[in-house]
Design a protein around this ligand. Structure first.
Ligand code: 3HC
Ligand code: NAI
Length: 698
């Protein structure tokens, strides 16, 4: 459908409708349409007041993000909004669904604002690495005060219509949901009251008497982990309290254009489009998913209980099977605790929790109770033998067509499928811990998995509010396979002289939520140990072994759960502090390995870690385990705490330059050409002068 802005009059009200599905983005056609409409309104003697409204689901979802990074085309949005604001006749914004970013800025250009129930209003620009650039940083503080404006602008989180009414952002909430009718009535009542045009730019500047601007700046400096846009937005708001409206607008423009040019903007826009692209799979584009109402979960440990929580919280009935009644009681208690936490956070009502615990959740020891389930998710111990036994049993109990999924972290889903007579119904659903919180779901498609089973997995992810990424079968799929590789690079650095604490610090400074040794302590050192044991048989004579990690494991230092891992944890403390004894154990391991320790700069640590991640990422794409580089990026953004503003590891590599990554790998290979062999795809792209993004069909 063509984007358009229409103009009609109802009585003496001009109704200007923005129509650009799906979100009425302010593309060039819409901007010039708005400009034409308001030009017409000024000379239209049959209209005394105008209403701006959006067709379809919302007023306006923002500027057109697909135009970012391209040469600007006039009219510019700030100019269009100024034109609306300078109208001598009053203008009303009729807001329903959402008014986001430039959409809310258009509403701020109007003189009156009315919103429908259920509306969300926000300035989410910082989530894209920019800030409001069409007057939002200047009008918002004048309208609602500096503190509320800073809260909305620096967090990017939208507010409800009730909050908007309270802060003065809107003037009225309409009754019922027919926003068009309500807005026309409101406009007519304004006319009867002789209400004037009321530009926000004419309001006095907000004051900063309490020093809120400095308080916000200090708070953000502590929490941002390298992200720049929110701090630049504070500068823009500061301009609004110090300068005239016209001067402030100029300063906003300057800062906005500066952010538009940053790699962070490029990274965050890549993240935005990639997280939408991962669900677009040609293999399932016209395949209907199977119906899922009843879910069975096998195993109620860390993952099973989390998966069951996620399912019941999203309206699915769950039957969870454990080995004995002690284990079922424990699983039920964990799930109840998770639901209590949801009640505390206001995500669930107490009655809903009670209903879930009595009706939706069954915890049993008898596999027979699963017979009516549409989907089973197995989350028992990470052992091929145990999993095979479980799948053979499930195959007997469940009718054909019921989906049998495994939550294995590493194991071969094809091999698991061979224990059933219906490999087409078998798939990997790899959740991340804690499963009721983490947004990533790796959908592991085995050789014989049926397309409608894949489609069902993607539909399930949507039901659970998760982002699904398709992965192929290999040891660890996309995420854990790459993790194993860069984790090994980190261990090599420890063996060669870097301390785990320096490595963690260098990587959190880079923007990771946690460093690799903090992650080990959180997950439990027993997990890494079990993985090393499993892989021992395939070890190459030139592999370097992190004996220090085994030593910690054998001491029973398993991380946070035992109060001691790489870090020491005082009671109740989850931060941990470095432990000299661990450093001694590492020194001993170096001695035994015959390495003479050297120093590492933080820069070298990051370069080695990232080179290992990107190199293995390139292999994973080349082998078809990930469909595109962007799938790798989304896995790392959602499952591994990769800094979103860097766009993901493959986007990071593109922005740094693949030749630079390859040069690093070749340099590292001079001392270890066993670990550091360049991925063929990386070499090929560099030779052809291409980047990973050239492989991203969206
Ligand atoms: N520009 C261009 N395309 C957009 C867009 C935008 N602002 N917002 C969404 N889209 C596209 C999506 O890419 C998607 O395309 P696809 O179907 O081809 O994948 C389609 O619209 C539907 O989007 P969603 O799947 O995200 O739909 P939802 O209903 O789940 O969510 C939404 C709707 C909450 C509006 C969400 O799309 C969103 O958050 N959009 C971005 C909002 C935003 O950041 N606005 C600020 C833009 S920057 C700005 O305004 C600068 C100004 O200050 C100058
Ligand atoms: P866990 O040890 O916490 O829980 C496993 C549960 O399975 C135990 O409660 C056990 O009693 C139960 N169980 C074992 N055999 C059973 C059987 N035959 N029938 C019914 N119940 C049985 O393990 P965790 O961490 O929950 O892991 C489960 C699976 O999820 C593993 O395959 C693991 O690799 C995978 N996984 C783990 C993640 C993590 O962070 N812990 C993340 C993603 C996947």
């Amino acid at each position: 459908m063509m984007a358009s802005v229409s103009y009609e009059t109802v009585g003496r009200v001009a109704v200007v409708t923005v129509d650009n599905p799906p979100v009425n983005a302010l593309s060039r056609v819409i901007r010039s349409g708005l400009s034409d409409a308001f030009g017409r309104f000024q000379t239209d003697e049959s209209a005394d007041i105008a209403v701006i409204i959006g067709a379809g689901r919302m007023l306006i979802g923002g500027a057109d993000i697909s135009e970012f990074g391209k040469p600007p085309q006039s009219p510019s949005l700030p100019d269009v909004i100024l034109q609306i604001e300078q109208s001598a006749k009053p203008v009303v914004a009729a807001i329903h669904g959402m008014a986001l970013g430039g959409g809310l800025e258009v509403a701020l250009g109007a003189h009156y604002r009315i919103a429908a129930p259920g509306t969300r209003l926000g300035l989410p620009e910082v989530k894209l690495g920019i800030m409001p650039g069409a007057g939002g940083t200047q009008r918002m503080p004048r309208l609602v005060g500096a503190d509320t404006a800073l809260k909305m602008i620096t967090s990017g989180t939208p507010v409800t219509e009730a909050e908007a009414l309270q802060s003065g952002l809107i003037d009225q909430i309409c009754e019922g949901v027919d926003i068009r009718e309500a807005a026309i009535d409101y406009a007519q009542s304004l006319l009867s009251d002789n209400a004037p045009a009321r530009p926000i730019s004419g309001l006095p500047r907000a004051t900063d008497s309490e020093g809120v601007i400095q308080q916000w700046r200090a708070k953000l400096q502590k929490s941002l982990r390298g992200e720049v846009a929110p701090l630049v937005a504070v500068d823009a708001v500061e301009a609004s309290v110090q300068k005239s409206f016209a001067e402030g607008l100029k300063e906003e423009r300057r800062l906005f254009l500066h952010l538009m040019d940053t790699p962070q903007r490029a990274g965050l826009i890549h993240a935005f489009f990639s997280e939408r692209a991962v669900a677009k799979l040609p293999e399932i584009s016209d395949i209907a998913p199977r119906d899922i109402a009843r879910v069975g979960v096998i195993g109620g440990g860390t993952m099973g209980a989390g998966i069951a929580t996620s399912a019941v919280l999203n309206g699915l009935a769950v039957t969870l099977v454990e080995r004995d009644s002690e284990a079922t009681d424990k699983a039920r208690a964990t799930i109840a605790g998770n639901l209590d936490a949801a009640v505390k956070r206001g995500k669930l009502k107490a009655e809903q929790r009670d209903a879930i615990l009595t009706d939706a959740l069954k915890t049993v020891t008898d596999y027979g109770a699963l017979s009516g389930a549409d989907l089973i998710i197995e989350a028992v111990f990470e052992s091929m033998d145990v999993k095979k036994e479980v799948f053979a049993k499930l195959d007997e109990i469940l009718p054909r067509g019921a989906i049998l999924a495994t939550n294995t972290s590493y194991l071969d889903v094809n091999e698991i499928a061979t224990t059933t007579a219906r490999p087409e119904d078998v798939i990997g659903l790899h959740f991340f811990s804690p499963a009721q919180v983490m947004k990533l779901l790796e959908v592991v498609v085995a050789d014989k998995t049926a397309p409608d089973v894949v489609a069902t997995a993607f539909a399930l992810a949507k039901t659970l509010g998760k982002t699904a990424v398709r992965a192929g079968v290999c040891d660890g799929f996309i995420g854990n396979r790459i993790l194993s590789h860069y984790r090994t690079a980190a261990d090599h650095m420890v063996l060669d002289g870097a301390s785990p604490y320096q490595i963690d610090k260098a990587l959190t400074d880079f923007g990771f939520a946690m460093g690799p040794y903090q992650v080990s302590d959180l997950a439990g050192l027993d997990i890494g140990y079990a993985t090393r044991q499993r892989k021992a048989a395939d070890a190459h004579p030139r592999d370097r072994y992190p004996t220090f990690a085994d030593a910690l494991y054998h001491k029973g230092w398993l991380g946070q759960k035992t109060g001691h891992g790489y870090y020491l944890y005082e009671k109740g403390d989850r931060k941990g502090r470095p432990d000299p004894e661990v450093e001694q154990i590492i020194a001993q391991a170096r001695k035994e390995a015959g390495t003479s320790p050297r120093t590492f700069s933080d820069d070298e640590i990051v370069r080695r870690y990232m080179a290992a991640m990107v190199n293995e990422g390139a292999r994973v794409v080349d082998e078809g385990i990930a469909q595109r580089p962007l799938d790798v990026d989304v896995v790392f953004l959602y499952g591994y705490g990769f800094p979103r503003w860097r766009g993901g590891p493959m986007k990071y590599a593109d922005m740094r330059g693949l030749d630079s990554i390859l040069a690093d790998i070749r340099t590292f290979a001079e001392t270890d050409d066993h670990f550091w062999s360049p991925a063929p795809l990386l070499e090929k792209l560099v030779a052809e002068g291409r980047n990973f993004d050239s492989l991203n069909q969206r």
